[in-house]
Write a protein that binds this ligand. Structure first.
Ligand code: SF4
Length: 443
């Protein structure tokens, strides 16, 4: 029997790019390709690139260079693919370049350079498609592109305007994920709260019902699947208020990932952020009155062009008042092609502001986590360390990769993917520590 051609994949960038990689792999798998985890075992390597920041472009170009050096036969796809000339100038030997979410173009480039071998004994592709995440959680992408025009961002130029998937297609995919053993679904897009705007909220048939493509209906239907549902990339538009009761009722996780980026009105205006006119602090307070367990994760940019000391201090005060649970921060970096004004905050000042902001973030996080001591919480286990008798998992307040963790002591018999009830005994700046509830009761 002829050996199946083997593909290597390097996936860079955000969870959205990871979902694109999963789709590419699923299609290729269905066509008889197999995969290799190393360059040497691959007949061809696909590099799925990120082109969001100039530093990400650099990293992508380096990854392409490494794949060429180690393997030699490289196809480039993803966000940096829109800059084909740059890629070809830097690495003239790449076999093909395709852009973001051009699944068919990548697959056809693979066919051109590594034809599939028909094999009737092929493994069937799992119903839920191939995934690059652990078995117990999965990202679910509900739309491509973005209708906003933030001045620091080139995503709309790369990925185009918002194109939402019909809600039935999203919900059936969610069902398949649950059937395949997924216990947590992370909803992603560029602007989750804008879901369906481009479709004019058109209905589609899901389980015999006409369901409109609206953020609220999406949350409500997903809340019936019996797994954790976590919402990422939500903006504080007024209609977001309507999903908070679903969080209070335990239908979806009390967690919102809202990339605020700043709080000072003048900086937000210069950034051209969506929903920047909304009374966000009041809104957060009203959300917490309904769902007191709500955790908000957000990202911020310091050193944006024109940011003054007053703007920055406004941001620090705002963070404390809003008690943003999980904070990430970037020093502003200009992006070629974005419309933001000239980079005028000196690098040392950006670094200083970054450090000051992260100190405040750490204090808020430590304070919030300390209040969880003594509580009994559900923890989804990601990893175990049998030698140390520990398991590492996440609570409803922690998304994978970006937030903190729950370290479970005396974790004998616990496996990745288990949902464990844990009594929280300690906390530090970012993590919680505890023991399985059954043990806590015996003690
Ligand atoms: S919301 Fe703004 S930052 Fe996010 S993808 Fe759209 S334009 Fe870019």
């Amino acid at each position: 029997m002829t050996a199946q051609p083997k593909i290597g994949l390097v996936s860079l960038g955000c969870p959205k790019a990871l979902v694109d990689s999963e789709r590419i792999l699923t299609t290729l798998r269905a066509q008889g390709y197999s995969f290799s985890r190393d360059y040497q075992g691959s007949d061809i390597v696909i590099v799925n690139t990120c082109g969001f920041l100039d530093s990400a472009k650099k990293e992508s170009l380096e990854a392409i260079g490494e794949a060429i050096g180690e393997n030699g036969r490289v196809i480039v796809t993803g966000c940096l693919g829109v800059e084909e000339q740059l890629i070809r100038d830097t690495h003239p030997s790449v076999l093909a370049v395709t852009g973001p979410h051009q699944y068919e173009a990548v697959v056809s480039a693979v066919h051109d350079h590594l034809p599939p071998v028909p094999n009737k004994f092929l493994d069937l592709v799992p119903e839920a498609g191939l995934r690059l995440t652990p078995k117990h959680y999965a990202y679910l992408k509900i739309s491509e592109g973005c209708n906003n025009r933030c001045s620091f961002c080139i995503i709309p130029q790369i990925r185009g305007d918002l194109v939402s998937r019909p809600i039935a297609s999203v919900l059936y995919e969610a069902e398949r994920l649950v059937q395949s053993g997924v216990k947590e679904i992370l909803v992603i897009s560029q602007d989750t709260s804008a879901y369906g705007v481009d479709l004019k909220y058109a209905t589609s048939k899901y389980r015999g019902q006409d369901v409109p493509a609206k953020f609220h209906n999406l949350a409500e239907e997903m809340g019936k699947l019996g797994v954790w549902v976590r919402m990422h990339y939500v903006y504080p538009y007024p209609h977001v208020d309507s999903v908070i009761p679903l969080m209070a009722e335990g239908k979806i996780l009390p967690y919102l990932d809202i990339p605020f980026q700043h709080a000072s009105p003048s900086v937000l205006k210069a950034m051209r952020r969506p929903a920047n006119q909304e009374k966000t602090l009041d809104r957060i307070k009203s959300w917490r009155a309904i769902a007191p367990d709500l955790a908000i994760r957000s990202n911020f940019i310091v050193g944006f062009p024109g940011e003054t000391e007053d703007d920055f201090e406004f941001l620090l005060d705002w963070l404390e008042e809003a008690e943003i649970d999980r904070i990430g921060c970037f020093e502003y970096e200009p992006v070629t092609g974005a419309t933001a004004a000239a980079d005028d905050v000196p690098p040392e000042l950006k670094r200083e502001r970054y450090e000051r902001l992260m100190e405040v973030a750490q204090d808020i996080s430590a304070h919030v986590l300390e209040k969880k001591i003594g509580r009994t919480i559900d923890v989804l286990v990601d990893d175990v360390d049998p030698g140390a008798g520990r398991a590492i998992g996440r609570s409803q307040w922690d998304a994978p990769e970006i937030d903190g963790a729950v370290i479970i002591h005396e974790a004998d018999g616990i496996k990745p993917g288990d949902m464990v009830t844990v009594r929280v005994t300690e906390s530090d700046e970012y993590d919680l520590f505890g023991v399985p509830e059954a043990l806590a009761q015996k003690a």
